[in-house]
Design a protein around this ligand. Structure first.
Ligand code: GLU
Length: 507
């Protein structure tokens, strides 16, 4: 039975890398008819950010990555919260102490620091609390049993540490990287239970994965260094460990290191799924949603960040098709460049798949309403059909095509100005007259008519049409001009052309 979990620490907004981890877990559960769980690992009170959990849930709701199990919150499941399970971890850590696999330690911050500096003075680069130093510290090995019991009874603060055998070799298998081997001498006697009675990440993570019967742990590569400790914990408890798969790092598009918040913002790409106002730094980050990404397009994009299907399929429009194709053995080892251009490409493809009616109803009409513009549904749909192929984001319907709803207030003539001449003005006037006389204002009729007329004047189409476009739209690019004109209708086109020609006296 496949049971997977996404286990974020609520320390801030959920980074797009976290969304990928969550989604891979969801896809894997879906593929195997398994269960996906959300577990909030909130045992680090110093780094706790209250807004974080709500943000994760809102992200999941937007993307449809819903937990299949968990405490019932009025119809929606989850999450499990580690802070609510404190008593459980204590009980398990005591079991390890009783088995001699973990021990109490009473060292103050100052004496830990002293140990580190004296080790460093001896040339040890990364001093550890281990077989070398353990016997010089204040713990169950250096204090008598009675003294340990007395201190605990008297409420002296303590931690519980994992006892690591330095002679042991820890071996574990990662589905992505194969067998990994680490010498016990490289490991620390990691703290399992902190002074505040809270478990550390390592303890709570392992205990919960066991109790929640997690079959596969799919998480980011940054957790690979924790694996030996987790592996030792499973052994110490006598539990079978789940299958592990560590996902490759997300890298900056320029290949220069990890995709960090700072690097993303500097290059103007979103890194958070939804808008995120960081309560600590008071920084605002625009989300993928607010930037105009469609949830399915974003999911398709992130699915391919570190995983590749068999064959060359990139677009997985059909619901459930990604889950069907997904498998752990096609996850890459190497870090993946985060190319926002590719994300935009996916968005464009998904936008093209929407019907003009949906685009009009869900995006264009509401946006126009914000601008105080009302149009008929039929008109909105025609606009969407005309420009759909060209847009990358839904807001482009309005932002790049405002002229379809409002006459241009100015003309971006920079490139064209040099080509303006008395001849151009004269031909445009003839076009104006001809258009005025057109009874049927359809692209298929006015197009050939205008073109024939231009040629008959001995002018080149390329010398005149750009000005006609400028007159009608205020810009030098856009969809097929005569289709735009037909959509705007004769009266509006005549007004715009007239206005343009009037203004041309100043040219
Ligand atoms: N709490 C860890 C995190 O913040 C979870 C790592 C794991 O999935 O084991 O990502």
């Amino acid at each position: 039975m496949v049971r997977v979990r996404f286990a974020p620490s609520p320390t801030g907004g959920l980074h797009i890398g976290g969304v990928r981890t969550a989604y891979y877990n969801k896809l894997f559960a879906e593929k195997h008819g398994g269960t996906f769980i959300l577990r909030i690992e909130d045992t680090d009170q110093k780094r706790f950010v209250a807004e974080s959990e709500g943000y994760i849930k809102a992200t999941f709701a937007w993307l449809g990555i819903m937990p299949d199990e968990g405490p019932d919150h009025g119809g929606a499941y989850g999450p499990y919260r580690q802070s609510e399970r404190k008593a459980i971890y204590k009980q398990y850590v005591e079991e390890l102490v009783a088995k001699g696999k973990a021990y109490y330690a009473f060292d103050s911050v100052a004496s830990l620091e002293k140990m580190r500096t004296s080790q460093q003075a001896l040339g040890v680069k990364a001093p550890k609390y281990n077989a070398v130093t353990r016997m010089r510290m204040e713990n169950a090995f250096t204090l008598s049993k009675e003294e340990v019991a007395r201190r605990i009874g008297a409420g002296v603060p303590y931690v519980v540490r994992l006892l690591v055998d330095y002679q042991q070799t820890v071996r574990f298998k990662d589905e992505v990287r194969g067998w990994v081997q680490v010498s016990g001498a490289e490991l620390d006697d990691k703290v399992l239970l902190k002074e505040d009675g809270m478990p550390t990440y390592h303890l709570a993570n392992v205990v919960d994965d066991h109790l929640m019967e997690i079959s596969h742990v799919i998480r980011g590569e940054e957790w690979l260094p924790s694996m030996p400790i987790h592996s030792l914990l499973y052994d110490a408890f006598g539990w079978t460990s789940p299958v592990f798969a560590h996902l490759p790092l997300l890298l900056r598009a320029d290949g220069k290191g990890k995709l960090s918040k700072r690097a993303a913002v500097a290059t103007g790409i979103p890194i958070f799924p939804l808008n995120w106002d960081d309560p600590q730094t008071k920084t605002h980050f625009q989300g993928f949603r607010e930037a105009g990404y469609l949830p399915d397009a974003l999911l398709n994009f992130i699915a391919l960040l570190g995983w590749h299907p068999r064959g060359h399929q990139e677009l997985f429009y059909e619901k459930g098709s990604l889950a069907k194709a997904f498998s752990l053995d096609k996850i890459n080892k190497a870090g993946v460049q985060f190319d926002v251009g590719k994300a935009q490409w996916f968005n464009q493809q998904y936008l093209k798949k929407l019907s003009p009616a949906t685009l009009a109803k869900d995006y264009l009409v509401p946006r126009l309403a914000e601008e105080g513009i009302t149009v008929s549904n039929a008109f909105a749909m025609q606009v969407c059909a005309l420009v759909q192929e060209r847009i990358v984001f839904p807001q482009d319907l309005w932002v790049q095509h405002t002229y379809l709803f409002r006459a241009p207030a100015s003309y971006s003539m920079d490139k064209l100005a040099k080509k303006w001449s008395a001849l151009v003005a004269e031909v445009l006037r003839k076009v104006q007259v001809a258009l005025k006389e057109a009874d049927v204002f359809e692209a298929a009729l006015i197009g050939p008519m205008v073109k024939t007329l231009i040629r008959a004047q001995g002018a080149k189409l390329g010398a005149i049409i750009p000005f006609l476009r400028m007159a009608v739209t205020g810009t030098d690019r856009g969809p097929e001009l005569f289709a735009i004109m037909a959509l705007l209708g004769k009266k509006e086109v005549m007004n715009r052309l007239g206005k343009f020609l009037m203004a041309s006296h100043d040219r």
